[in-house]
Design a protein around this ligand. Structure first.
Ligand code: FAD
Ligand code: TPP
Ligand code: MG
Length: 632
């Protein structure tokens, strides 16, 4: 007779057989049977008791983002399950595999209006790539195996709901998942389409590469194509870190949170090699007349964000390697030289603030210290807000550093759970969470998790006493009165000390550096509350400080407000490069930012400005609305 095992023990066994080493969650009565199995298997599967199920789900998505392997979380019936939803939406939007185990009241109490009972399946239907309730205890191991397969296949969250009694029931211990034969797809490039791509590259005067996180294994191939055909590289925000920030032809990302050059050159390019990216804002970031060669493994993505001329349904590494051999080497164009000069101008301008003594302190001096002190293996959990802008522009990712954020779903509160995941997966690395004061407050109870598990994480809170990202939107984009965006001044260091962490409040670069030195010498979790400037970062979406294509008065206002006297528009460098190449100045002008702005103007306001806010209301007619005065 077959050996017997409890339903919950069988569930955890399959999870372990898929290589999962830890699981995040929070117990409840409906989850007693699974908590019993977690106890039984505690030596093989680490349980991390988070303090809010949402944090557990977000940590599970961070597991998948940082390691590429499925993350697992659970919640008890009713409220515990519903708390998972926010994290699962992050997995859905950023296309990462997560398994959520959801408890249900005993099968004999289901559908009887019992304590904490609810119809979980419909509640999880929209978020899940696969969403089923167990009907028998015997089906549990096979269902978990199926859920994991579906999560990997569809790059998203799969949910399995388990009535409590099935978890206690004894079933035969016979199921063996066929994990070893779960292999990666291999792609080949279509030769006719490749030849068409080669012709486009040959004919282009101002070609560029725009890549996303789908190109994460193709750094060498990105460089080969760029170097051979002299294409500057621009990435999505999430693709930060694929290339070394110092690689001269890599201009960073494009969009509101990005540096200026990445967005600027998109309006002057005539050919984009568009690799492994699905950025929702990209419709506003490029010359609509540019030709596009798109590389993606998902047919649904072809032409979704821009019209395309050549679809290469293939993985980035294989397709780029083929593209690198398809045409003759090209000489640097004026466009290429100008792009590199534009990048240098931006970096010089940013770096000019590194030792600024402005009070309250600017972000540049703080990030300068982080750049100097974080190790080459540091891992960063990045929250949502202005920290995305500052991290994207100022953190010089290098070597084997890693990071993740909530990309397309953009949920505040991501920083702490992501850092917990980083510490669990990489216990020997230095780990940082970077949050605004709004984002930190959303899931700051997770400092208690860090304390409980002795996680040495340095949590940096950027306190500007407002929802800065939304302040900037209300001022610069929708020109409305500031509404609902102020936060009370809070002594985060005292709060953190009360939770058992080491904590500092800092107001200057020197104080931050001293706190970092002490922080690196303790084993405790650390909170560093940086009392930051209330000024917003320079808004780079549709503002290139170019008087030839933009309102000169507005340009002057921006230059004054953001101390941007040393920043030049891309057209300045393009003109200089064309002169140096002996080209006619307007031989190739490309589209201007203004023409794309016209397109953006036809879109709903919120879509054009942010990745993270709800619909913008009609701007108020109150005359104070456009004064630019802030509440501070
Ligand atoms: C506050 C905030 C503001 C933001 N503002 C910006 C902004 O200004 N600019 C910006 O870029 N982002 C911004 N983001 C992030 C943005 O919302 C998206 O999450 C991000 O741009 C998506 O990046 P991606 O296209 O690289 O990744 P995904 O959306 O995950 O797309 C990856 C693509 O790669 C494909 N793929 C996967 N594997 C492969 C492979 N092996 N080979 C080829 N293709 C593959 C997939 O099919 C998919 O199409 C912001 C985020 C926040 C939190
Ligand atoms: C859960 C959630 N609620 C609301 C938003 C909209 N939103 C995006 S950024 C932001 C402000 C972030 O403020 P804070 O964390 O203080 O960072 P700051 O921008 O001030 O640096 C808000 C409210 C969101 N993205 N997620
Ligand atoms: Mg804030």
């Amino acid at each position: 007779m077959a050996k017997m095992i409890s339903g919950s023990d069988a569930v955890l066994k399959v999870i372990r057989q898929w290589g999962v080493k830890h699981i995040y969650g929070y117990p409840g009565g409906s989850f007693d049977s699974t908590m019993n199995a977690i106890y039984n298997q505690r030596k093989e599967l680490e349980f991390i008791q988070v303090r809010h199920e949402e944090a557990g789900a977000l940590a599970a998505t961070a597991d998948a983002k940082l390691t590429g392997k499925i993350g697992v979380c659970f919640g008890s019936a009713g409220p515990g399950a519903i708390h998972l939803l926010n994290g699962l939406y992050d997995a859905k939007h950023d296309h990462v595999p997560v398994l959520a185990i959801i408890a249900q009241v005993p099968s004999t109490r289901m559908n009887l209006d019992f304590f904490q009972a609810m119809d979980e399946e419909p509640a999880f239907e929209d978020v899940s790539v696969w969403n089923k309730t167990a009907m028998t205890a015997e089906s549990l191991p096979r269902m978990i195996d199926e859920a994991i397969r579906q999560a990997y296949k569809h790059h998203g969250p799969a949910t399995v709901t388990i009535p409590k009694d099935f978890g206690w029931a004894k079933i035969p211990d016979t199921f063996v998942p066929n994990v070893a034969n779960h292999v990666k797809a291999h792609y080949v490039v279509d030769q006719d389409l490749l030849a068409k791509a080669g012709k486009l590259i040959k004919d282009a005067k101002a070609p560029m590469i725009y890549f996303g996180i789908g190109a994460k294994d193709a750094a060498a191939e990105l460089k080969r194509v760029s170097e051979k055909y002299k294409m500057p590289l621009v990435s999505s925000v999430l693709a930060k870190g694929i290339l070394d920030e110092k690689y001269p032809a890599y201009l960073g990302s494009a969009g509101r949170v990005a540096p200026k050059p990445g967005a600027e050159i998109g309006f002057s390019t005539d050919l984009i090699v568009w690799v492994g990216t699905d950025v929702p804002f990209s419709i506003f970031l490029f010359n609509p007349d540019a030709k596009v060669i798109q590389i993606d493994t998902d047919p649904e993505k072809m032409g979704k964000r821009h019209h395309i001329d050549v679809p290469l349904l293939c993985d980035a590494k294989t397709a780029l390697a083929a593209l690198a051999d398809v045409a003759d080497e090209k000489a640097p164009s004026a466009f290429y030289d100008a792009a590199l000069a534009d990048k240098q101008n931006w970096l010089d301008w940013q770096n000019s603030f590194n030792d600024s003594e402005e009070m309250p302190v600017r972000p540049e001096p703080i990030f300068d210290v982080i750049n100097q002190m974080a190790s080459s293996k540091a891992v960063f959990g990045v929250d949502v807000g202005n920290v995305n802008i500052n991290f994207e522009r100022l953190l010089m990712i290098h070597d084997d550093q890693k990071w993740c954020t909530s990309g397309q779903y953009a949920t505040m509160g991501y920083g702490l759970p992501a850092a917990i995941s980083a510490k669990v997966n990489y216990p020997d690395r230095d780990v940082y969470s970077l949050s605004g004061d709004g984002g930190f407050a959303m899931l700051m109870e997770e400092i208690l998790t860090q304390v409980k598990y002795h996680m040495h994480i340095i949590n940096v809170v950027f306190s500007n006493e407002c929802l800065g990202y939304i302040v900037a939107e209300q001022l610069d984009d929708s020109h409305q009165p500031l509404s609902g965006v102020d936060l009370p001044e809070t002594d985060w260091a005292t709060v953190a000390k009360g939770m058992g962490a080491m904590a500092f409040t800092v107001r200057t670069k020197a104080e931050f550096k001293a706190a970092m030195v002490e922080a690196q010498q303790t084993d405790l979790p650390v909170v560093i509350d940086v009392k930051l400037t209330h000024e917003m970062p320079l808004s780079t979406n549709h503002m290139f400080l170019d008087k030839e294509t933009q309102d000169p008065k507005l340009v002057d206002e921006y230059v004054e407000k953001y101390q941007a006297q040393a920043l030049k528009p891309f057209s300045y460098f393009l003109k200089a490069a064309k002169e140096a190449h002996g080209e006619e100045i307007d031989a190739f002008s490309g589209a201007s930012a203004a023409s794309v702005e016209d397109e953006a103007d036809n879109q709903p306001l919120a879509d054009t400005t942010t990745g993270a806010s709800e619909d913008a209301a009609e701007p108020s007619t109150d005359t104070d609305a456009t004064s630019g005065a802030s509440q501070h």
